[in-house]
Design a protein around this ligand. Structure first.
Ligand SMILES: [Zn+2]
Length: 268
């Protein structure tokens, strides 16, 4: 079984000095390719460097380049130039993480919207897919996306945690949906159980969002409480259960979907 983890925050300090071990455990667990999430200009540069350092084959590790809505206030002319340069690297397969977070509002909303539009314009220019973050901002995200959607090759709403209306609105725009271990959370993720079966094959991808979102159904629980790509199989298990699909079948179609979305190579 081959899995692709489309969202790993490998530059997170909690993984410092552990990269090799994390990748080996992922590999052993069937996670054959990963896309490292860039959430700031510096973080995106680091993600690209990690890919180059840790994967001499150039076949297994890829990255995104973008500025998380939490950090939209950091945007300036220099970020635009550096992001554009980053996105021209062959290893960088998507623009993002970018989007809107009206849940925590760490950056002012007008600034989040402006920075999102800059990312979308870059994705259109370079014809790259987009890795989107949305929290409590479904309507505004839709309004902004509508102006760009026809010119964008593809976009995924990563770590989807919303309600049915939001899900259907994204599918109507022909977006992809990323599902994380949020679905394994009995306190706040059970509304996703009936929803995941509504996501068509070819639009559904799996992600760990490691080191965040350790699947709460995982047994035994790791002592350090840190999520890893190696635990993506737990998300697979939970999603397969709620879609009434065999795990191998779900693995095959989500992997094919991720490979197609990010343009990743086939492995032997
Ligand atoms: Zn996110």
């Amino acid at each position: 079984m081959q899995l692709i983890d489309i969202g790993v925050n490998l530059t997170n300090p909690s993984f410092a000095d552990k990269h090799q071990a994390v990748l080996e455990r992922a590999q052993a667990a069937g996670v054959c390719q990963m896309v490292l999430t860039g959430t700031s200009v510096e973080g995106s540069e680091q993600a690209l460097e990690l890919c180059q350092q840790l994967d001499s084959s150039g076949q297994r590790l890829f990255s995104t380049a973008g500025i998380h809505p939490h950090s939209a206030s950091d945007w300036n002319a220099d970020s635009a130039r550096r992001l554009s340069d980053l996105c021209k690297a062959p290893t960088v397969r998507a623009v993002g993480e970018c989007g809107l977070d009206f849940n925590r509002d760490f950056s002012p909303r007008p600034q989040q919207e402006k920075v999102l539009e800059q990312h979308l314009a870059l994705a259109v220019e370079l014809q790259l897919p987009v890795f989107l973050h949305e929290r409590d901002a479904n309507q505004r995200l839709l309004e902004i996306l509508r102006d760009f959607r026809d010119q964008l090759p593809a976009a995924v709403v990563h770590c989807f945690t919303g309600e049915q209306r939001a899900l259907f609105s994204y599918l109507d725009l022909d977006l992809h949906i990323g599902i994380t271990g949020w679905i394994c959370d009995e306190r706040r993720g059970t509304h996703l159980h009936p929803l995941v079966r509504e996501i068509p094959r070819g639009r559904l991808m799996l992600e760990s969002d490691a080191p965040y979102l350790l699947p709460r159904t995982l047994r035994p629980k790791p002592k350090n409480g840190r999520n890893e790509p190696a635990y993506l199989g737990e998300v697979l298990r939970e999603v397969a259960r709620h879609r009434d699909e065999a795990e191998a079948d779900l693995a095959a179609h989500t992997t094919a979907c991720a490979r197609d979305f990010f343009g990743l190579p086939f492995l032997d």
